[in-house]
Design a binder for this molecule. Structure first.
Ligand SMILES: NC(=O)c1ccc[n+]([C@@H]2O[C@H](COP(=O)([O-])OP(=O)(O)OC[C@H]3O[C@@H](n4cnc5c(N)ncnc54)[C@H](OP(=O)(O)O)[C@@H]3O)[C@@H](O)[C@H]2O)c1
Length: 280
């Protein structure tokens, strides 16, 4: 067995932690407390979005944690209503102000909204924002191969990562192959499967027994074995810690394949097909 990398390496030269922290729908004082607890547990990557309406809370948690700014990576997302170039740039400036940071570490386009057809403009804005130093790493979310191809062709700049729905019921085999070909990191939203998490599925339980870990840890480990960066959300301190403790064991190729075999063509949680789902 080869030694495992302790980070995800991006094509733009930066590195991200193996596991990030999802902040939706953490809001208000309770939300800040949950995020501070996550940072204390060891998370060093916070995933937010304009549409989560909690960027101010993320900034507050960052400051309250007392951690040096450069030790925590903060990611946010431009919403569908702001894809026009100028509006996208304004959205990024607003995010930086709400987060209370000079530079946004990672900025993504939240959904492509292909019905409006303006996502290439949003990508152009991210490319410019990166050149100006407002954003360090630029990527996308919920992009298909066609959407990726279009923005790469139009700007010559490849997104460093694509955050997509990925969990055992929807393992994203095809998009992972596309990402591997293009040098894009697969980042996973709803990595456990949220309300439909297959904690009781036999392949998950069998691996949990074999490695003396929890079903949640098996699923997050499965992501790492496939090269994906999971963003589990938990407001519960003991689950926050549990979800980070996934580096002390490895799944076998058979265990990975058995968990992947839980995947179904209709395994999306709410039918969020990026070709048709519109989110403003
Ligand atoms: N880009 C996008 O379009 C998009 C879409 C959806 C989500 N996201 C991002 O992805 C993040 C995570 O997604 P998600 O919250 O939908 O799904 P998730 O992380 O798969 O599931 C979260 C749920 O699982 C519970 N949980 C967490 N760890 C657990 C464990 N070890 N054992 C049992 N239950 C556990 C949590 O409960 P407790 O909190 O009570 O512990 C919560 O109810 C979001 O916060 C957001 O940042 C992005």
């Amino acid at each position: 067995m080869t030694a495992e990398s302790t980070t995800h390496r991006l094509a733009d030269g930066t590195s991200l932690p193996l596991v990030g922290f999802g902040t939706y729908p953490l809001r208000g004082e309770e939300g800040v407390a949950a995020m501070v607890s996550a940072l204390q547990a060891g998370y060093r990557y916070l995933d937010t979005a304009v549409n989560y309406e909690n960027e101010a809370e993320v900034g507050e948690a960052l400051r309250r944690s007392g951690l040096p700014r450069e030790q925590v990576t903060v990611a946010t997302k431009v919403p569908g209503r702001d894809h026009e170039r100028e509006r996208a740039l304004e959205s990024l400036r607003g995010s930086a102000a709400r987060l209370g940071v000079e530079q946004i570490d990672v900025a993504l386009i939240h959904w492509p909204n292909p019905g409006r057809g303006l996502y290439p403009q949003a990508w152009q804005a991210l490319v410019e924002a990166q050149r100006e130093g407002l954003v360090r790493t630029i990527g996308v979310s919920n992009f298909t191969e066609d959407h990726l191809t279009r923005v790469i062709e139009e700007t010559g700049v490849t997104p460093a990562l694509n955050q997509v729905e990925m969990h055992p019921l929807f393992p994203q085999e095809r998009m992972r192959a596309v990402h591997a070909r293009l040098g894009i990191l697969t980042q996973a939203w709803s990595p456990l499967g949220k309300r439909q998490a297959p904690f009781d599925a036999e392949p998950v339980l069998a691996a949990a027994r074999a490695h003396d870990v929890t079903p949640g840890q098996v699923i997050l480990r499965w992501h790492l074995e496939l090269g994906s960066m999971p963003l589990p959300k938990s407001a519960t301190p003991h689950r926050q810690r549990e979800n980070l403790e996934v580096t002390g064991f490895r799944l076998t190729a058979e265990e990975v394949a058995a968990v992947s075999a839980l995947g179904r063509a209709d395994g999306r949680l709410f039918g969020g097909d990026p070709d048709t789902h519109e989110e403003m």
